[in-house]
Design a protein around this ligand. Structure first.
Ligand code: ATR
Length: 284
């Protein structure tokens, strides 16, 4: 095996110590017997652009970008995929043959693929989606649902103005419409919904649980949390006990990693139970 066969990628963030991505890609590299590596790249904000620009000279096929660099990545790559431009963030970069940097965003892909894999018969077109939160994760969720043909998105955020900004920004995209509701109405706007997704940090380890009554949610609705630590949030536990199909947040993280792996290492990897178990073994 020559040095030229070796493919290197990584994740840039600050801090990046608790990123699960090295474990995910490391699993696939081994599973597919690819001669490559995926490493942590702790990069302070002031060094981000220079590090980005030297990716090719440093021998990288590309990288993932995480907090706090996702917006800076959007501004500093040579070409941005239109979906990443709409989401407003780049989380995956490919160094092309000519050395130019191509930025895309795989969060929406990960979100939808996770639902398709985790909820039997899930169809985003089948009814309204209730989305809690209006941060970076919500942007990817809303864009991907609009693209997938969700007829109506009910968007609720503690800070209502953020939800309104997001609704205004995406008003012209997709066939569906976005309706902003007050955060206080979250238990009351679940009627007819096909999906409930929590994109807030509520329910995360060390945070308060998400308070919401699920009585008005149709039995067939899928309940999804993008929080993955803990894996089974209070929301998911309650939804499950009330007979809903539930989909946890770990799958979104695993599925969003797939297109990057394919771009750098040349094969589309799969999300398996073995991968989930391997990644979970490192969870605190
Ligand atoms: P991310 O980019 O991961 O989505 P973020 O931009 O910090 O993270 O967004 C976190 C989300 O959790 C926001 O929707 C936030 O609501 P605000 O916009 O009002 O801040 C929501 N959130 C965080 N703590 C919350 C709490 N205690 N109650 C309700 N919502 C909360």
């Amino acid at each position: 095996m020559t040095k030229a066969d070796f493919i290197q990628a990584g994740v840039m963030g600050w801090p990046v110590g608790h990123s699960l991505s090295p474990r995910v890609h490391g699993f696939w590299l081994k599973e597919l017997a690819i001669n490559g590596d995926y490493i942590r790249l702790p990069v302070e904000p002031e060094h981000f652009v220079n590090t980005l620009r030297s990716l090719k000279d440093d021998g990288f096929a590309g990288c993932n970008v995480t907090v706090p660099h996702k917006e800076a990545a959007l501004k500093n790559v040579d070409e941005v995929h239109p979906l990443a431009a709409r989401i407003g963030a780049v989380n995956t970069i490919k160094v092309r043959e000519d050395g130019s940097l191509y930025g895309f965003n795989t969060d929406g892909f990960g979100f939808l693929e996770n639902l398709y894999a985790g909820a039997n018969g899930f169809d985003p077109k089948s009814g309204p989606a209730v989305i809690l939160g209006a941060g970076g994760a919500a942007r990817a969720v809303v864009v991907s649902l609009l693209d997938a043909g969700t007829p109506e998105i009910r968007l609720l955020n503690r800070t209502r103005a953020r939800a309104e900004d997001l609704a205004r920004e995406f008003a012209g995209f997709g066939a569906g419409k976005i309706i902003v509701e007050d955060w206080g109405r979250r238990s009351d706007c679940l009627q007819d919904a096909a999906l409930l997704t929590n994109t807030t940090t509520l329910g995360m380890q060390g945070q308060r649980p998400l308070e919401i009554a699920l009585k008005a949610l149709p039995q067939a609705a899928v309940v999804n949390d993008i929080v993955y630590a803990p894996l089974q949030t209070d929301l998911l536990a309650r939804a499950k006990s009330q007979g809903h199909q539930v989909v946890d947040g770990l799958g979104m993280l695993l599925h969003q990693a797939r297109p990057g792996f394919e771009a750098w290492f040349g094969q589309m990897p799969a999300v398996s139970e073995a991968l989930r178990a391997y990644v979970l073994a490192e969870q605190p």
